[in-house]
Design a protein around this ligand. Structure first.
Ligand SMILES: Cc1cc2nc3c(=O)[nH]c(=O)nc-3n(C[C@H](O)[C@H](O)[C@H](O)COP(=O)(O)OP(=O)(O)OC[C@H]3O[C@@H](n4cnc5c(N)ncnc54)[C@H](O)[C@@H]3O)c2cc1C
Length: 451
């Protein structure tokens, strides 16, 4: 018996799922096809993790080792839903795992949030990470910018906005991103959070890094650091918070005033409204205060800040997939430990989910590994309910894609593109220079291309 498995989405979750299944103690052979809508694998590790985080981007090397074992076929530039459908998968495979992640911005329901000059973090991240499906230009014309959110994506966005672009040159940022950032007149970036400094979702490493930015002052306000009992107790019971507190306190001691750019932290600030005539001009928020139980309550004190742009970094959101149940509230595929559930909470045979589309857009890359393990355990145990494909032969899928003129790329195509990006980087003394447009990506992954 040979399990023919389709995995849709070549981010870390999909690649780890393939790796875990290949190493799993099982009574059958496996053959895995990995479908990815982009010409490049690695999902948000390539298109989410910030370019100035080379250590995290380095996880790509571990994912590459998995793909390079030769046991997984990659079909890049193949979109589930248009190029290949659920009926196709049922015809050629025994089961499918969806690991399509999340790429949209979660909504922030505020009056004025749709004004020009108000942006979603996910769109900006896609731009600076050179995602092929977003415009090459980003309007960087704001001097004063608000970033709403107190998680690591808010830190990434604020850092990319306030950092001097020359300090990004050693990274893999595409040329158009460097040129765009170079024109930015930004002087002040303000990070807003509804709750207090001891209730943030930042991780210490990412927070500390901000304090190391060249020519950027950190601005904090004394009123936010009058900790209540709940905050003090939180520090004693949580090592991460001890470090976070230490970082904030060290910034509070610093002299400010000499840097050309500033990063301001505003805690206890509940967003109320974005104001402006034709574009964002002002951000209105209400001061909150600790409620004694680790949360906050409103104070009635309304404040305003003049801004030229606003970025909401309040979370990512998954997208529905054709023929697959979808939980509209949470932006995930409803599931029990990776087994997909229908509207009546019954397990849908042969259909599985893993990663952010299974669990929601929280957690680090490492979490997708344990996640994949859980899903694979079910897949293996469920053998009796797998699909019975009419054409399980490996060639049948390539014939199908060829018959539809799908311009897919296999693993060697991706390897050529990878080599081309490294070669472009080498010319400039950098490790890699990302190729951005889908057309260029496809061209450079063709055999014999030397452009
Ligand atoms: C801005 C940002 C910064 C981050 N920084 C860090 C960090 O520093 N450290 C860290 O550990 N984690 C970080 N993360 C989290 C990390 O990126 C995620 O934990 C991880 O990428 C989730 O993996 P995934 O495979 O579930 O989804 P994804 O990485 O999103 O991969 C999903 C893949 O599915 C593909 N796909 C989607 N729809 C289809 C379709 N219809 N057909 C075919 N393919 C499809 C997508 O193109 C994508 O390649 C960050 C996340 C974001 C958003």
């Amino acid at each position: 018996m040979k399990l023919r498995l389709a995995i849709v989405g070549a981010g870390p979750a999909g690649i780890y799922a393939a790796d875990i299944l290949l190493k799993y103690e099982r009574a059958f052979d496996v053959s895995i096809d990995l479908f990815e809508r982009l010409p490049a694998p690695y999902g948000l590790v390539r298109y989410g993790v910030a370019p100035d985080h080379p250590r995290i981007k380095g996880i790509i090397n571990a994912l590459k080792d998995i793909l390079d074992t030769g046991h997984i076929r990659l079909f890049g530039n193949v979109n589930y839903g248009t190029d290949i459908t659920l009926d196709d998968l049922k015809k050629h495979y025994h089961a499918v795992i969806f690991s399509t992640g999340a790429m949209e911005d979660a909504n922030l329901s505020l009056p004025g949030i749709d004004l020009p000059g108000s942006y979603g973090a996910a769109d900006f991240v896609s731009w600076y990470d050179g995602h092929p499906d977003v415009p090459r230009e980003w309007p960087l014309d704001a001097k004063n910018i608000a970033v709403v959110g107190n998680g690591n994506v808010a830190l990434d966005v604020a850092r990319m906005l306030v950092k001097h672009p020359d300090d990004l040159l050693p990274t893999e940022i595409p040329d158009n991103v460097y040129e765009g950032l170079k024109k930015s007149p930004v002087t002040d970036v303000h990070i807003f959070g509804r709750r207090g400094p001891m209730q943030v979702k930042f991780t210490p490493l990412e927070l500390r890094e901000l304090g190391e930015l060249n020519d950027v002052d950190m601005v904090l306000h004394d009123e936010d650091f009058d900790y209540d009992q709940a905050a003090k107790e939180a520090i004693t019971s949580n090592k991460q918070l001890v470090v976070i507190d230490r970082i904030f306190q060290s910034w509070r001691q610093r002299e400010t005033g000499s840097a050309s750019r500033r990063l301001h932290f505003h805690f206890y600030a509940n967003p109320l409204e974005v104001l402006g005539n034709e574009k964002v001009q002002n951000f209105r928020y209400e001061r909150t205060q600790p409620d004694g139980a680790g949360g906050v309550r409103p104070t009635g004190e309304i404040r305003e800040l003049d801004i030229d742009a606003l970025y909401r970094a309040v979370g990512y959101f998954g997208s529905p997939l054709d023929g697959i149940p979808f939980d509209e509230r949470h932006g995930i595929i409803p599931n029990h430990e990776g087994q997909v559930l229908d509207d009546h909470n019954r397990v849908v045979p042969g259909v599985y989910a893993t990663g952010w589309i299974k669990r929601g857009p929280v957690g680090l890359i490492g979490h997708t590994k344990s996640d994949a393990m859980e899903t694979i355990q079910h897949l293996v145990k469920d053998q009796a309910s797998w699909w019975t494909p009419a054409e399980p032969e490996e060639d049948a899928v390539t014939q199908l894609l060829d018959s539809r003129d799908v311009n897919y790329r296999d693993l060697s195509g991706w390897q050529r593109l990878d080599d081309a990006e490294r070669a472009l980087g080498k010319e400039r003394g950098r490790e890699r220079l990302k190729v951005v447009s889908r057309e260029d990506m496809l061209d450079r992954s063709l055999p014999g291309d030397t452009s």
